[in-house]
Design a protein around this ligand. Structure first.
Ligand SMILES: Nc1ncnc2c1ncn2[C@@H]1O[C@H](COP(=O)(O)OP(=O)(O)O)[C@@H](O)[C@H]1O
Ligand SMILES: [Mg+2]
Length: 163
């Protein structure tokens, strides 16, 4: 009788070990502090006024999930404040990646992305994103309204395919 109950209890040991190991992996993900952290209110600077000058200086960039494909090699771009610039190119040429780097969804491996002369890495991530209005590939929205990008943000970006 007692041998049977010991056997029954120990049959769960393997499952318990697997559960412990799974829980440890989940907590590691929950505790991880990302390099680009939009949750920290007080981290990074804010600018009193945003003029809106954008500059990419000698940017090298590769998506972490695709290390074999370099997207930018010493890429330079200046968009003066208050001007409109169209990035035109074949699908996959890197237009949306420019937007991703301005919004800091990724950081370049080398070079800098600057807003009004300030490296975007030094700015508060949430504040930065609040000053950018992006409409992404919403062709219907573009056709229905004369100006689909909200007027208030300092930087207005529109991304849609030509057809
Ligand atoms: N999150 C991502 N992870 C890995 N590769 C990506 C990612 N986003 C885009 N890419 C790749 O980066 C290249 C540039 O993409 P993208 O900037 O979206 O081009 P475009 O906007 O000009 O069509 C493409 O080869 C695309 O497959
Ligand atoms: Mg795109």
């Amino acid at each position: 009788m007692s041998a049977q109950s010991v056997g029954q209890n120990t049959s769960f040991l393997g499952d318990q070990a697997a559960a412990n190991s799974a829980a440890a992996r989940i907590f590691a993900v929950v505790d991880r502090r990302p390099d680009i952290d939009s949750s920290q209110e007080g981290k990074g600077e804010t600018l009193a006024k945003v003029e809106g000058r954008l500059e990419f200086r000698h940017v090298d960039f590769t998506y972490p999930s695709r290390p074999e494909a370099q997207i930018f090699h010493r890429f330079n771009l200046v968009v003066e404040a208050g001007t409109t610039v169209a990035l035109v190119g074949a699908s996959g040429s890197g237009k949306s990646t420019v937007v991703q780097l301005v919004e800091r969804y990724y950081d370049p491996q080398r070079g800098t992305v600057c807003l009004d002369g300030k490296d975007v890495k030094d700015l508060n991530v949430r504040w930065l994103r609040q000053h950018i209005g992006l409409v992404s590939q919403e062709v219907k929205a573009i056709r229905r309204t004369s100006c689909p990008v909200p007027k208030s943000p300092a930087l207005r970006m529109l991304s849609y395919p030509m057809s």
